[in-house]
Design a protein around this ligand. Structure first.
Ligand code: ATP
Ligand code: MG
Length: 569
């Protein structure tokens, strides 16, 4: 789990190993040359970026080889599932640009067929009702090297099993009082073959089937058969299902003949540094208000990443880079951030925003004068044009861009030093004013009219360039700055309570950020901007007509690219 791999492994044809296996099956004419995949989320939480890795494979392979991909909700446990999750899951898959067309299915659609199969297996002596507690059943399981012990109920007469199973489903017995088990082999070296549970009693009504059923199939008894009923040819899932595969095939064989049988292929899960991916833990963070909901921009959920400002193309690019392999790994979150930065660099509109403002007064600039500079919307793509930015005598600049007693290599503003105001003039600092606490409240400077950007001879070089916003024109915005949600690199590998590993400083709200007026005119939630010199920011749905709220998506500094450069030197 600690091995860190960064670039996915693909063959000469650019295919990962799953795609290659699909290609081989198609070439061999298996299933009549048909390709059908499925994405099978359980509607018990929101999708996260790990799920995205899974469905990018499922939908992506179907797209690549002219097949189809079903969306199947694996709704076999009414105690944990909810309609809210179903809708959110569909929205998130659409967001990444995939669609299941008319192939929307629910495992609950197959409850009648699954029940019939169970009954048939009982009649054939392949299943029995066990009345032991789950603890007793667990205690008899044995270990990988020690065979298990048969249940005292294993050889119950068929008629009795049938009668009990029917009555289990009528609701005559309490939850946990009995289960239906497959009668396979308590000594099998694969623990999953040691009489696995097929059905359990659950009395909570199901959100789709109501109170029709009181018994619900276990994952292993539902998944392969659901694949079979839908005509799925390639059932792609994560590596933890490798030991389940023989059982998957065992149950499918109860239905399939030679002509068609779905095939399970497994790849490595996505694990990210500084992140937990377990749905149970994510649910806990939400329920205990340790984050502000499933779509909190610090969450690895797709709705969280969307709100944070991550884009579908960046997520797909990242998944493509890490690739699909046969061994577990932990991927650096910096690579994801790198992909986001690369994408936003191409598309985000540049604006000027001062997050920690201090006032700069240009004393030789006339009091009521105002002029307009035109700023590139995106220097990476000049076709995107320019937008106007007003310049006046009083400007907001970053407090951090001034130092009264600077060290040698400080190239921003300090007494008697010159800098360029981006896209405008060169100024020279002439003085400061402090309040009674010694805090700087105003900085004074003089500008040189000869240095106006665009004028002939205006290209005199100075070392620093500062961004700015005109004081009378500035709009106030709120900015939410984020840091990693967890303070340790691999929270899932640590002992103890994962909540103790949360970074206490993962959210910092700046209520009084000054932004240039043009940016506020048409900005709507999910719009991306680059705040010049600072980073990428995305408009949050909490914005109002009075005040925009921005989420900091990612800073400009690319630690990933830097590390790669070092590694290649
Ligand atoms: P649960 O414990 O509730 O089963 P889950 O994360 O496995 O949680 P599912 O809804 O069953 O959730 O997942 C749907 C699909 O997404 C499965 O095929 C699963 O293998 C895949 N998946 C889940 N987590 C990851 C991950 N981190 N990386 C890649 N695929 C994942
Ligand atoms: Mg699962």
């Amino acid at each position: 789990m600690t091995e860190i791999i960064e670039e996915g492994i693909v063959n000469e044809g650019g295919l990962n190993f799953v795609e290659q296996e699909i290609k081989d099956d198609l070439a061999a004419g298996k299933n009549g040359g048909r390709l059908s995949t499925r994405f099978p989320p359980e509607p018990n939480g929101y999708l996260h970026i790990g799920h995205a890795k899974a469905f990018i494979m499922d939908f992506g392979a179907a797209e690549k080889f002219g097949g189809t991909c079903n969306l199947r909700f694996d709704d076999t446990n009414p105690q944990k599932e909810d309609m809210e999750y179903v809708n959110a899951i569909m929205r998130d898959i659409h967001w990444l640009g995939y669609d299941w067309g008319d192939r929307l299915y629910y495992a609950s659609d197959y409850f009648p067929q699954l029940f019939d199969l169970a009954v048939r297996m009982i009649k054939e002596g392949k299943a029995y009702v066990d009345e032991q507690t789950s603890e007793q059943i667990a205690a008899q399981k044995g270990t990988p090297t020690l065979p298990g012990t048969n249940s005292p109920f294993r050889d119950r007469p068929i008629e009795e099993n049938l009668d009990l199973f029917m009555r289990m489903n009528k609701g005559e017995f309490d939850e946990g009082s009995m289960v239906l088990r497959a009668k396979i082999d308590m000594a099998n070296s694969n623990m999953h073959f040691r009489d696995p549970i097929m059905y359990r009693i659950i009395k909570t009504p199901h959100w789709r089937t109501g109170t029709t059923w009181k018994v619900y199939p276990m994952y292993d008894f539902a998944h392969g058969q659901s694949d079979y009923f839908e005509g799925v040819t390639h059932s792609i899932c994560t590596l933890e299902f490798v030991p389940h595969r023989p059982l998957y095939e065992y149950f499918v064989k109860e239905l399939a003949d030679e002509s068609y049988c779905p095939r399970q292929i497994e790849f490595n899960r996505l694990n990210l540094t500084y992140t937990v991916m377990s749905k149970r833990k994510l649910l806990q963070l939400v329920k205990e208000n340790l984050v502000n909901g499933w779509d909190d921009p610090r969450m690895p959920t797709l709705c969280g990443l969307r709100r944070r400002g991550y884009t579908p193309s960046a997520i797909k690019d990242f998944v493509n880079r890490i690739g699909y392999t046969k061994y577990e790994a932990l991927n650096h979150i910096e690579l994801l951030e790198h992909a986001v930065r690369e994408d936003l660099n191409k598309t985000a509109t540049r604006i000027s925003a001062v997050v920690n403002p201090v006032k700069l007064v240009i004393t030789n600039y006339p009091e009521n004068q105002e002029e307009t500079f035109y700023m590139d919307n995106n220097p990476e793509n000049l076709e995107e044009g320019k937008h106007p930015m007003p310049f006046t005598r009083e400007l907001w600049i970053e407090r951090d861009d001034f130092m009264e007693n600077p060290p040698k290599k400080f190239f921003r503003l300090s007494p008697d030093k010159e800098v360029r105001l981006k896209g405008a003039y060169i100024i020279k600092c002439t003085g400061i004013k402090k309040d009674e606490n010694g805090e700087i409240v105003e900085i004074y400077a003089e500008y040189d009219p000869e240095t106006r950007s665009g004028l002939p001879g205006s290209d005199r070089k100075v070392k620093g360039t500062l961004h700015w916003v005109s004081v009378p024109h500035a709009k106030t915005a709120e900015v939410r700055d984020y840091d990693r949600l967890f303070a340790v690199e691999n929270p899932s590998a640590e002992e103890g309570d994962f909540r103790d590993l949360l970074n206490p400083d993962s959210l910092k709200v700046r209520p009084n950020v000054m932004i240039e007026p043009w940016a506020t005119e048409n900005a709507k939630p999910e719009d991306h901007f680059q705040f010049t010199r600072l980073g990428y920011y995305t408009v949050d749905p909490d914005s109002t007509s009075e005040k925009l709220v921005f989420n900091k998506t990612i800073g400009l500094k690319d630690t990933w690219a830097k590390e790669q450069k070092k590694a290649n030197m």
